[in-house]
Design a protein around this ligand. Structure first.
Ligand code: ADP
Ligand code: ZN
Ligand code: ZN
Length: 743
């Protein structure tokens, strides 16, 4: 049986800021059945006199909250697309409904903050000298070790014209560094209206590579639908280096040739100079890039350019999704598995979902790309909700996958090796240092340092109820952050009675210290939150490493994402377990993605690479699958586990986050909510967990509790959320408690 045809529409009639918080329900007349969707304009009778007014549909459905016969009927469907501003308001409404925030919070997320628009135009740097002279200049700069100049001249050899904002940001070249070169007539900084002179002055990628068969098939699948007006969501699953970016570019070219626009989401950390320049070379000034470092004014500027039609492509992190393109045709989300696509502030939206809402409204296609798709997306692709497209081979014949070695740290210990470097890693490290090749040491430390494991047998202390690891607290007790279970810290390992059981805590700083001691002659760079706090420090460090400024780069997540260092031929993953036992049902998924990505860092160039994964759990499927670089093997195991444990995506999970300065108010509110929701939804099959303490329970003097509700049906969870919102509203009990929703 198909879904019932929607017979009712939710309409926003008033566009003033105050009125926008209300919707009115209307009946859909027979003539318009099947023709209305969110984002179209309609004419409706309004008020006592039934004056006809313009409104726009934010949702259609087959349920109403009043008696249907009392509803007025929609008068007419107005032609023409909804202006983009109103589409975004409509999107805000959907975000509010879906994520349980207020309309004003949703509007703040969706609409650009009006800010003083700077008169500044987009600037470009043009090289004025010929190739030979440039090479002479480059040699001189190399002799004098003028880092910034070396970078600039190298970039000029590839492109005669460079976008100023990007160059200064990504290549760390300041205006002061350009000045003397400008005076000598080597370059000129031009301030031109890029919008009106599309691609002028750009040395364009005249002939992009001819796509291979797989890439071509991928493009045909998407465009075959697109050209027939079918808008699907596609999951482009392709191993690292399989040529996904080339596929994106081909799709983009097609869509903008048809006069429509494209949004490309790339996690900020992966948006490197190389990636950005690939888009610039192909699309020139029609592309704009935003990042979180832009000022409000610069942001507003870019969004105005999009609205005025001066650009066709916006590349950026999550927030680029709200670029006011009037006729959006395609949204691409690269590295779709990245955690950064989920907002951690209200509204806690996921870019993947909001992209689909926006695409549905503007009849655009969505392409999700990844080498390690999120379990959720792959599950949807399996069930036919997304169309799956696979790229199995590397695009460049020369590049090949690295050799992966798994070092069992338990074995190292029993055989008397107490150092944090396994024998295999030590041996390979020495060899690379001797050959003058570079090494990356990766330490996964996402603040999970509290997990406790046995260094003899690898046993991790887990919750008997939840299958997530317990966290060590300063009071010497271990706690489960899902169900509240706690126990004292054991003195001996419960499995093997070894005394070497302790909370994990080696950070990058410690790792640097130990590496210096073990390899005193090596030049070492460390990159983590501490060393990159300063603006631009992140790029400086990476630049310096890629220019050969160090032999070993030590770091966290930051170093494994998106950067190509052709001279890196060895990657060491110090303790793969750290993320494996994170108190989170996604820990295996995150570990697999990280290990796979880290492995992908070795052997990007012509030189063959090695990867050493050090672990206490060499038999864990996330480790073995990553070692074999086999996503499907991982996925099949993981989805079984999720089904068994009742975790998403097999089951929907709603979290109610309570916060309060008063512990008492917090407990009362959380208990009241649990009782009242249970009364209504337990019979419908909803499962309640908690309320449990947040991690950490007390943060900045605010106490936090979480109530989890599971159900197979997401629609029921949305209803639960609505009920909770109603209960919270106006009740004395909730006065000093804030409540957030995370579905
Ligand atoms: P991914 O985005 O999947 O990691 P890329 O699109 O970055 O892969 O491609 C990896 C490398 O292969 C890049 O250097 C790219 O220029 C090259 N490449 C991609 N497609 C082709 C092709 N059809 N022919 C030749 N080289 C290609
Ligand atoms: Zn043990
Ligand atoms: Zn538990």
């Amino acid at each position: 049986m198909g879904e019932m045809e929607p017979r009712f529409a939710d309409v926003i009639v008033d566009l003033t800021a105050r009125g926008v918080d209300r919707i009115f329900q209307y009946r859909i007349p027979a003539a318009l059945l099947g023709k209305l969707r969110a984002g179209v304009q309609v004419q409706v009778p309004f008020g006592r006199g039934d004056t006809l007014r313009r409104g726009f549909v934010v949702a259609v459905g087959s349920e109403v909250s009043f008696a249907p016969e009392k509803l007025k009927e929609i008068e007419a469907l107005l032609p023409g697309a909804l202006p983009v501003q109103e589409q975004l308001v409509c999107l805000a409404w959907q975000i509010k409904e879906r994520y349980g925030c207020t309309m004003s919070q949703a509007l703040k997320t969706v609409l650009p903050v009006k800010a003083q628009v700077s008169a500044r135009k987009e600037k470009t740097i043009e090289c004025l000298v010929g190739r030979e002279e440039l090479i002479v200049l480059l040699n001189e700069a190399e002799r004098k070790k003028h880092r910034a100049r070396i970078r600039l001249f190298r970039a000029f050899l590839e492109n005669g014209t460079l976008p100023w904002r990007l160059t200064s940001e990504k290549l760390c070249i300041t205006a002061a560094a350009l000045k003397p070169l400008e005076e000598k007539g080597i370059l000129t900084v031009k301030s031109e209206d890029v919008g009106r002179n599309p691609v002028r002055g750009w040395k364009r990628d005249v002939c992009p590579p001819v796509l291979n068969e797989e890439q071509h098939a991928a493009v045909c699948t998407v465009l075959g639908d697109y050209d027939r007006g079918i808008c699907n969501t596609y999951l482009l699953y392709g191993i690292t280096g399989s040529g996904k970016t080339e596929v994106y570019m081909e799709l983009i070219a097609h869509v903008i040739e048809g006069g429509r626009q494209v949004i490309v989401l790339i996690p900020e950390i992966s948006l490197t100079y190389q990636t950005v320049m690939r888009f610039y070379r192909r699309f020139g000034g029609r592309v704009s890039i935003i990042n979180s470092r832009l000022s409000a004014g610069e942001r507003y500027d870019q969004s105005e350019r999009a609205r005025r039609g001066e650009i066709d492509i916006m590349i950026g992190p999550r927030s680029a999704l709200f670029t006011p393109f009037p006729d959006l045709g395609l949204i691409i989300i690269d590295e779709e598995h990245e955690g950064a696509y989920k907002s951690e502030t209200v509204p806690r939206y996921h870019a993947r979902e909001v992209a689909r809402m926006r695409a549905a409204m503007q009849q655009a296609s969505v392409v999700l790309g990844s080498a390690t798709p999120s379990v959720e997306s792959f599950y949807k692709a399996e069930r036919g909700e997304y169309r799956l497209i696979t790229l199995k081979n590397r695009a460049k014949e020369k590049s090949r996958l690295a050799r992966v070695h798994v070092a069992d740290l338990r074995e190292e210990l029993t055989e008397g090796n107490r150092s944090i470097f396994s024998r295999r890693l030590t041996e390979l490290l020495k060899e690379r240092l001797a050959r003058g090749q570079q090494v990356m040491l990766f330490m996964n430390r996402r603040g999970y340092a509290g997990f406790v494991s046995c260094r003899s047998c690898g046993t991790a202390m887990k919750c008997p109820h939840c299958d997530v690891s317990l966290t060590y607290h300063a009071d010497g007790r271990l706690r489960c952050h899902y169900c509240g279970f706690e126990r004292p810290m054991p003195k001996l390992c419960p499995t093997c009675r070894s005394p070497y059981i302790a909370p994990f805590g080696t950070g990058t700083q410690k790792l640097e210290e130990l590496t210096r001691r073990a390899f005193p002659k090596a030049r070492i760079l460390r990159m983590d939150a501490d060393t990159t706090a300063k603006k631009g420090a992140h790029e400086e460090l990476l630049q310096s490493f890629s220019e050969g400024g160090a032999d070993i780069l030590i770091g966290t997540q930051m170093i494994v994402k998106g950067h190509d260092f052709p001279n890196v031929t060895l990657v060491g993953i110090m303790a793969a377990d750290l993320s494996l036992y994170a108190p989170d049902y996604k820990s295996a998924e995150n570990t697999f993605a990280l290990l796979t990505q880290a492995s992908g860092r070795a052997g990007r160039g012509e030189l063959p690479g090695d990867v050493v994964i050090q672990t206490y759990a060499p038999d864990h499927f996330a480790v073995t699958a990553a070692a074999e670089q086999d996503y499907l093997q991982f996925y099949r195991q993981e989805i079984l586990y999720r089904k068994l444990m009742g975790y998403p995506p097999a089951v929907g999970l709603l979290a109610l986050l309570f916060a309060s300065r008063s512990e008492e108010a917090l407990s009362k509110a959380a208990e009241d909510m649990e009782k009242s929701l249970k009364r209504q939804y337990a019979l419908e099959g909803a499962v309640f967990i908690g309320p449990v303490s947040g991690t950490p329970y007390k943060l900045n003097d605010i106490y936090r509790k979480i109530l989890y509700i599971k159900h197979e049906n997401y629609a029921i969870l949305i209803r639960v959320m609505k009920t909770a919102q109603e209960r919270e509203r106006g009740r004395e009990l909730y006065k000093n408690v804030t409540l957030q929703y995370d579905l």
